[in-house]
Design a protein around this ligand. Structure first.
Ligand code: URA
Length: 200
């Protein structure tokens, strides 16, 4: 992580960070993935979403949330008047874990300096994390997502302080459609925050 921190810190733009990450050999996930899945959306957006890890379709296309979860995510965003031109989307790890397993804590830790730098460079005003892994990484907690979702907190992500809220992962919602009600509440609270901050 020391090497990752030094490398990430040396990037002064998102393009530089992407190039540096693409060359970084410190995380084993890279060698079994097709390509780097860096980010999607608008780098000037005030809202940033953080997911877990690329899946098969993301690995193929090199873009986050383009598979089935991504299609649901797009619908969730549309429901509160957002789309990929008004948000920026990244993952806790930028390479697909083999067989779509969850990234290990070690893999997430190794990639974290790059995510931190990405957040610093985008400097969003609101962050929404998707699912348990992203929540535990960003909120530095071992609590469960069911308990934590919907609770806003001010967090430091790298050197950037920002208000953030965890919600359920779209892949979880595909498996548990009844939980969509809870995600809907979280989306509404994001919408309300935006309005309170004059971001709409
Ligand atoms: N799930 C994630 O967490 N991220 C993606 O990019 C795709 C699916």
């Amino acid at each position: 992580p020391g090497e990752a921190r030094r490398l990430a810190g040396s990037a002064s733009s998102l393009d530089e960070l992407r190039t540096i990450l693409d060359r970084y050999d410190g995380c084993g996930l890279k060698f079994r993935a097709t390509q780097l899945v860096f980010a999607d959306g608008n780098p000037a957006a005030r809202i940033m979403l953080i997911g877990e890890a690329p899946g098969a379709e993301e690995d193929r296309q090199g873009k986050p949330f383009v598979g089935r979860s991504g299609q649901l995510l797009d619908r969730m965003l549309n429901a509160i008047g957002l789309d990929r031109s008004s948000v920026y989307i990244a993952n806790t790890v930028p390479w697909r874990p083999p067989g779509n397993r969850a990234p290990t804590p070690e893999e997430m830790e190794l990639c974290l300096p790059f995510l931190h730098r990405q957040v610093e460079l985008v400097a969003p005003q609101l962050v929404m994390t998707l699912g348990g892994s992203a929540m535990q990484t960003i909120f530095r907690t071992t609590s469960g997502i069911i308990k934590m979702r919907g609770r806003w907190q001010t967090v430091s992500i790298g050197a950037h302080q920002v208000e953030a809220v965890p919600t359920l992962h779209p892949a979880y919602l595909l498996r548990n459609p009844a939980a969509k009600q809870q995600a809907w509440r979280d989306l509404l609270s994001l919408r309300m925050k935006m309005e309170a901050m004059g971001l709409s």
